[in-house]
Design a protein around this ligand. Structure first.
Ligand code: GLV
Length: 317
């Protein structure tokens, strides 16, 4: 049996599966391992089942024991892992695509609705009590007829676009290339970021974090958005320059933000907390029982597939 370090707790049925499949080393207290501890605990292991909270940068990867052959990330995103460093050490990196598309898209749509319809303010008022209904009380932005810009029309972006279209939104997107007609569902393609932003009354950030996308939404690019645009992010916090976004909220250039992901999670920029128009969630994208079960099972299967065939369809490096 292969010896696998599982860095965070999984749902019980998935830990049972891991026990049957591997000689598994569990993190019973679900502590956040430091990089040093990850290196130490990897000794004698054949692989690591990591989570997005593990920072497997080049320095850490270079110190992993030679026995480690795979890092199976329990996430679709893999910005927490230096793919090149892993590759040069002959370590395969895998992710868990597809199984979390629907759950994450649901949160993506919740961010759009929550930010546009002032859900944070509404929840706070309802809890405080004493609010008074009036014709102009907590007036928000209606989605019907509003243009949605999808930045990154991958699986999650496509699902958000599909739901948003059913809500009467008009869909635009930017990707490296135009999608086939069945995938873009009649959405308008923009071959530049500027082109997309300039028509996005609501922006949904769905692209992966990479060297190319870090701080892609910044002081300069925010200005391409229409005045009073809404920005939502269901992908990764690294894509947004927080200081620039908070400044844009302050100037009312941006009407509201809907965020599920942040730089330096869980320590989000406190500037967001000052803004009632920030609808914020604690990285809940894939947080349903079915999805987390499917993700963990896939992360386990990825390791199994890699050791039994020497390859894995979800290998990303
Ligand atoms: C969640 O954020 C994931 O990448 O799976």
């Amino acid at each position: 049996m292969k010896k696998i370090l599982i860095t965070r707790r999984l749902l019980r049925s998935c830990e049972d599966k891991a026990k049957e499949t591997f000689d598994a080393n569990f993190n019973l207290n679900d502590e956040l391992y430091s990089q040093q501890k990850l290196i130490e605990l990897s000794k004698g292991c054949d692989g690591i089942l990591s989570s997005l909270t593990d920072k497997l940068d080049a320095v850490t990867i270079n110190k992993l024991p030679d026995t480690i052959k795979i890092i199976s990330n329990f996430a679709v995103g893999f910005g927490n892992i230096d793919l090149e460093a892993a590759k040069s050490r002959g370590i395969a990196v895998t992710n868990t695509p597809e199984v979390l598309t629907d759950a994450t898209a649901e949160i993506g749509v919740l961010l759009i609705l929550g930010a546009c319809r002032r859900a944070s303010e509404g929840i706070a008022s309802a809890r405080e009590g004493g609010w008074k209904w009036s014709a102009d009380y907590l007036i928000g932005k209606q989605l019907t007829g509003t243009r949605l810009g999808v930045l990154g029309m991958g699986r999650i972006g496509q699902k958000i676009a599909k739901i948003a279209k059913s809500l009467g939104m008009i869909i635009h997107y930017h990707n490296r290339s135009k999608l086939s007609d069945d995938k873009d569902q009649g959405a308008t393609y923009h071959d530049t970021l500027k082109g997309l932003l300039s028509v996005s009354d609501v922006l949904s950030i769905c692209c992966p974090a990479s060297k190319e996308t870090v701080d892609m939404i910044n002081k300069e690019t925010i200005e391409y958005l229409p005045k009073g645009a809404v920005v939502t992010n269901v992908a990764r916090g690294d894509i947004v320059d927080d200081e620039a976004m908070i400044d844009a909220l302050e100037r009312r250039k941006i009407y509201a933000v809907g965020l599920d992901v942040y730089k330096n999670e869980p320590n989000l920029n406190p500037g967001y907390l000052k803004h009632k128009s920030a609808f914020i969630l604690p990285h809940l994208g894939s947080a349903t029982k079915d999805t987390r079960t499917a993700m963990a099972n896939l992360a386990i299967d990825n390791i199994d597939e890699y050791f039994s065939t020497g390859n894995c369809k979800n290998k990303v490096n």
